[in-house]
Each structure stands twice: as structure tokens, then as C-alpha cells.
Design a protein around this ligand. Sequence first.
Ligand SMILES: *[C@@H]1O[C@H](CO)[C@@H](O)[C@H](O)[C@H]1NC(C)=O
Ligand SMILES: *[C@@H]1O[C@H](CO)[C@@H](O)[C@H](O)[C@H]1NC(C)=O
Ligand SMILES: *[C@@H]1O[C@H](CO)[C@@H](O)[C@H](O)[C@H]1NC(C)=O
Length: 284
Amino acid sequence: MQLFVALAFIFQFLPVFGVTPCRTLCGSIAIKYPFGVDDGCGAPQYRQMLNCTNDLFFVTPSGRYKVQSIDYEKKTMVVYDPAMSTCAILQPHHDFVMSDIQSVIIPPTSDTVFALLNCSIDSPVLNHYKNLCFDFAGHSCDELYGACNAFRIFHSLTNSSPPCCFTGYDTVKYMSMNILDCTHYTSVINTDSLSGIGPLDWVYGIKLSYSVPDTGCERCTRSGGTCGYDTETGVMMCLCSTSSNSTRECAAGSMGDIGGVEKLSLWTNFHAFAFVLGAFIYLM
Ligand SMILES: *[C@@H]1O[C@H](CO)[C@@H](O)[C@H](O)[C@H]1NC(C)=O
Ligand SMILES: *[C@@H]1O[C@H](CO)[C@@H](O)[C@H](O)[C@H]1NC(C)=O
Ligand SMILES: *[C@@H]1O[C@H](CO)[C@@H](O)[C@H](O)[C@H]1NC(C)=O
């Protein structure tokens, strides 16, 4: 009987846990403003861009890209496309497509280089749009075709080097792989320091640079709240506790409330625990 009462006691107070509705961690990656993995958290501009199912994924119209890291100081995020070809693995090509808003607020950085591989001689980047290809720290197609197991096949089939092109995100943004007439692409990050370093040692992935909307989140955070938005209107909101949201900042009293509730729940659970222990010992 005592045990039953004790259990009932615990369950009654369990829902009190989890005062903030916003997760702050997904896997090993911290989730902070402007990002959110729960609807209504973070900045509305980034709504539904991140998906947390065990690991963190960046969601675009072309797929789900695993987030490797987020640097909140530099405001960058590194994502990896598991279906992309790299030096080690050749995979069928597919396009990297971002939504219009994504390509404005979280575009790839200028130190992310896209290498278009095995292009046909009719490819626009070898003809009319030749100037979109740039010298990539002195690296050449031959070097890629030669050094990478995955890309050697382009070389060996024809016994010559099919053209390739090192270019920026804008090129793949405006021209699909079909239009570009290249069969594969790969992308490399941190390209500012790759002169003299071979393709085997490059880091493959896409680095994105995000902007933080200036919506007064600091004011909310300072008052102890979490920045979010109304899921119906998309208007910014300061999430203060499970029972109160405000438009800008949390009222002086609301944090006290949370503190009080948390203390109460801890206290209660401690009591309940002692109670269960007591009951257990009693039964023994
Ligand atoms: C506060 O906002 C969160 C996230 O949008 C929502 O889940 C919650 O129901 C809101 N609470 C109130 C009292 O409006
Ligand atoms: C995240 O992705 C999974 C798998 O695609 C999907 O089932 C789930 O609904 C998504 N969650 C959110 C919040 O979008
Ligand atoms: C390279 O491109 C040619 C057409 O330009 C294509 O026939 C060939 O299959 C491609 N090589 C690979 C390995 O995909």
C-alpha cells in the first residue's frame, strides 16, 4: 500500500520535468538560436530545417544531410551528403538543392569548392560559362583522377582525362548536373589552405554560413527565456515557462515561478524516493 501511494506520488509530479519545450542537444551537437529541433523553437526562418532523429540532419528539398558540426562563434555548419562521391567512393550523381530561403539565409561558404567531374566537352562550364571555373590552389583534374580510387575510373576508361571544373555553389545552384553535363560532383571544405595538399587529405562536405535574424532574441535570453515563435503565426515569442510565453521578454516573476516549480518537483521526488525506499525496506 505504501509502495502504491509512493508510486502514485511520483507519477503525479513527473510531468513537471522538462520545463523548457526546446531541446538544447541532438546527439552530441548543441542546438542554440537561431536553430531549433522542436517546432516553435529557434527562429521562424529556420523552421523545419533541422530534424533530430538520433542524429541531427539538415533538411533541404534534395535530401537530408547529416550535420557534422555547428560553430556558433563563426556561424557555420558543416553538413555531409552521404550520397555524394568523394575520393574514396563513387556514387551516382544527384543535385544539391536548397530552398530559396535557405540559399539566402544559410548558403554554402566561399571556402566550399564544388568539383564537377567527368564533364562532357559540350558542358556549359567548358564553353559559354568557362569563367565559372577557377583555379583551385593549383589542383588539376588529373590529380583527382589519379589520386582518388573513386575517380580513377574516369581516367582509365578513356585513357584520357575528361574535363572537370572547380567552381562555387552558385554554379550548381543555377545549373543542375544534367545541364552542367558532368556525371559526378564532389565538394570540399576549408579550401583556403589546400595548396600543396592532395585530394586524399581534403575534407569532403559542405560548409554553410548562416545569418542570425535580428529579432531581439538577446533580450529574451537575458530575461531567462528561450527564443521561439508562435507555430500558427510565425511571430517571434519568448518562451518563459510551460505556462507562460511572452512577446519580448519574461516578466520578472516568471523565472521565479520556474525556479519554484523545479525546486518543488525535486523536493517532491526526493521525498517520493525516500518513501519508496522506506516502503521497500518495510516490505523486506
Ligand atoms: C508557448 O510556446 C510553446 C512553443 O511554441 C508552446 O508549445 C506552448 O504551448 C506555449 N504556451 C502557452 C501557454 O502559450
Ligand atoms: C524527421 O525525419 C523523420 C524521418 O524522415 C520523419 O519521420 C519526422 O517526421 C521528421 N521530424 C520532423 C520534426 O520533421
Ligand atoms: C563519364 O562520362 C561519360 C559521358 O561523358 C559517360 O559515358 C561515362 O559513363 C562516365 N563515366 C562514369 C564512370 O560514370
